[in-house]
Design a protein around this ligand. Structure first.
Ligand code: FAD
Ligand code: FES
Length: 273
């Protein structure tokens, strides 16, 4: 897969909620190669702050128009500076990077996607691709957030998914509790497990979902984050402990080039619990 260093033009950069922004970028070379689950490294400033590029997943990939979209949460100085960028300005991107999500095997008929918070930013393009390439699949999205005001793209998700189940930590919308709690409740009520599962969200959520998926032998893919220096395998800053039952010495995987999408049996999930 070819990587590009591309000067993208900002088409739109606006807030969707109090803490989440939506960035639309004209980036024909990157959009041509991009796949759901992959990411770009964005150079936010020409100066020293922030010095390093920041990684963001593809929220949407509009290949015909040469456009990629990003949904980003305001976290620190990089994302704050990004939120001040205006339409028409240029943004230096490196990508697409990492491995993406693989589509479910042809025999799979029911797919569950579990998204926690800004995790929706990475699975939205996957949902669009599944709907386009596997229209026969019964696609259920479990989407959890802290509160009702934190959800993105509700009408679009209802159009794309066969069912959308919302959950909130404060009980202000949908199921009161975690996104996994909501999914497990449904399994217990119907006595049916999904035949395939994808998840993206905070590490502790992913660790619990992975434990559950492994316990029930549900084939699954998980999109993980880590702090990244380079995004291309040069700095080794994105290393996270890998499960290694055969040896006592620690071993690592690198999220930027071996991920960010992993199968659950590869990761040492205890590090997040
Ligand atoms: C592959 C990948 C894809 C990503 N996709 C998205 C996306 O689509 N949308 C989105 O909103 N965010 C995404 N992120 C996270 C995003 O890169 C960070 O939020 C961003 O780099 C923060 O930059 P900042 O300068 O604003 O914050 P900083 O000033 O760099 O950090 C502020 C605080 O947040 C912590 N932090 C920063 N980045 C991370 C991280 N990745 N994991 C855990 N803690 C972190 C720092 O340690 C620090 O405490 C992704 C990360 C990765 C690795
Ligand atoms: S971020 Fe540099 S090796 Fe992964």
């Amino acid at each position: 897969m070819k990587k590009h260093l591309e000067k993208a033009i900002i088409i739109e950069n606006r807030s969707l909620t109090a803490s989440i922004y939506h960035l639309v970028l004209k980036a024909p070379d990157i959009s041509k190669e991009a796949r759901p689950g992959q990411f770009v490294m964005v150079r936010i400033s020409d100066g020293l702050i922030p010095l390093l590029r920041r990684p963001f997943s593809f929220f949407r990939i509009r290949k015909d128009e040469g456009i990629v979209e990003i949904a980003y949460r305001l976290v620190g100085k990089g994302t704050m500076a990004l939120s001040r960028k205006k339409e028409g300005e240029e943004l230096d991107l490196l990508g697409p990077l990492g491995n993406g999500f693989r589509l479910p095997p042809a025999e799979v008929k029911t797919v569950w996607v579990l998204a926690g918070g800004i995790g929706i930013a990475s699975v939205m393009s996957l949902i669009e691709e599944i709907r386009l390439k596997r229209p026969d699949v019964h696609l259920v999205l479990y989407y959890g957030a802290k509160s009702s005001s934190d959800f993105l793209s509700i009408s679009e998700l209802s159009r794309l998914c066969s069912e959308v189940k919302y959950s909130t930590d404060d009980g202000s919308f949908g199921f009161c509790g975690s996104v996994l709690g909501c999914a497990v409740n449904d399994c217990e009520a119907s006595k049916v497990l999904p035949s395939y599962l994808y998840a993206c969200g905070p590490p502790v959520m992913l660790a619990h979902v992975a434990k559950w998926a492994l316990q029930h032998n549900i084939p699954s893919q998980f999109s993980l984050e880590s702090l990244m220096g380079c995004g291309v395998g040069a700095c080794l800053g994105c290393a996270i402990p890998k499960k290694n039952e055969l040896s006592n010495s620690p071993s690592y995987v690198h999220v930027c080039f071996e991920g960010p999408v992993f199968s659950p049996d590869v990761i040492k999930w205890e590090q997040y619990l």
